[in-house]
Design a protein around this ligand. Structure first.
Ligand code: ISE
Length: 335
């Protein structure tokens, strides 16, 4: 029978998840939602034909919900994830797991104390066919050791974004994907501000430039550009000892017309990573039905929070900041 899913937080991405689970994912149905905005929640309850709960806690405890998706605002993630652990239910939490590493540590301690891995974090890039292909090639060893990664993460425009959000909300994807591609942790970081774009609002410095170094000395550069204007553009080039491995751009038809050669660039991250989100949820549901978690864990969410804090400190002080954290507990090592 279908896994019955409750979704907490039905803003843009939460609504997408409801549709995705009901229309694309095999073996799961959304049976309930909780959304803080009452108007939105009532109309969604009607249009999706699902139960509308009056709190996230009530949804988690409901006997009609087998597993929980948390896509509410970042600051509320920890309390819902902790509640799901208490109720011994599998929980998929959107990235970042928690903005603060202390909250991440609480989740980690609670999950270990409960004795069973229940949490998966929504780092969907790990399910993108392009990133998967890059990782397979790096792991093949055919190109020698990676030496440098050049990443850029550009959004066309995000209204209301602030300087800290560039790291917490956007760069968290690179923090996760680079350590996943390389199988190494970070040891230090720096942040440099570029010349400020005239399109950035008063609360945002844009673009920002991040530098991370890994245990074996690999250098990673990340340009985060929130208001690049021209489209959604994600790039990753891995410079190895014996060659370059680059993330492919989404395939787009090339048009020659009027003395120009052009291909479209999508303006939307939901479209760019559509396939990744679908694979991510299908794999999550299939694993949960077997009673396990297969994707990014609390540990991965915790590390991202630790690195986010180090980067924020580097940004505020203008200094290179060392990154240190505890060893990965055995509980989270892949068996
Ligand atoms: C957003 O939260 C995402 O997850 C997108 O992938 C990212 O590109 C965007 O910058 C974030 O705000």
């Amino acid at each position: 029978s279908d896994l019955r899913i409750g979704i907490i937080g039905c803003g843009a991405i939460g609504q997408d998840h409801v549709k995705r689970i009901n229309e694309k994912v095999q073996g799961a149905t959304v049976t309930g939602i909780f959304e803080i905005n009452e108007k939105v929640s009532r109309s969604l309850g009607e249009s999706f034909g699902v139960n509308v709960f009056s709190s996230g806690e009530q949804l988690i405890e409901s006997s009609e919900v087998d597993a929980v998706v948390v896509s509410s605002s970042d600051e509320t993630h920890a309390r819902y994830v902790l509640k799901a652990i208490e109720a011994k239910k599998f929980v998929f939490c959107e990235k970042p797991l928690t903005p603060k590493s202390t909250d991440g540590r609480h989740i980690l301690d609670a999950e270990i104390a409960g004795g069973k891995q229940l949490v998966q974090v929504g780092f969907m890039r790990r399910y993108d066919p392009g990133y998967r292909a890059v990782r397979t090639l790096l792991q093949s060893g055919s190109y020698g050791s990676p030496l440098v990664l050049h990443c850029s993460h550009r959004n066309a425009a995000i209204p209301g974004f602030t300087t800290p959000m560039a790291i917490q909300s956007s760069a968290s994807h690179e923090i996760d994907i680079c350590r996943w591609l390389l199988g190494e942790e970070y040891v230090s970081c720096e942040v440099l501000m570029a010349k400020n774009s005239r399109h950035s609002g008063s609360d945002l410095h844009d673009p920002q430039f991040l530098i991370l170094r890994t245990e074996s000395g690999i250098l990673i550069t990340v340009e985060i550009f929130i208001n690049c204007q021209y489209g959604y553009d994600i790039n990753c080039e891995v410079v190895c000892e014996d060659g370059i491995v680059s993330l492919p751009s989404p395939p787009e038809v090339l048009v020659k017309n009027n003395g120009k050669k052009a291909s479209a660039i999508s303006s939307d991250w939901k479209a760019r990573f559509k396939e990744a989100y679908e694979v991510e949820f299908q794999e999550w549901v299939s694993a949960v039905k077997q009673g396990r978690v297969g994707g990014p864990s609390t540990w991965d969410g915790y590390i991202t929070a630790v690195v986010t804090e180090a980067l924020s400190q580097a940004r505020d002080t203008g200094e290179r900041v060392p990154i240190s954290h505890m060893e990965c507990p055995d509980f989270y090592r892949k068996k």
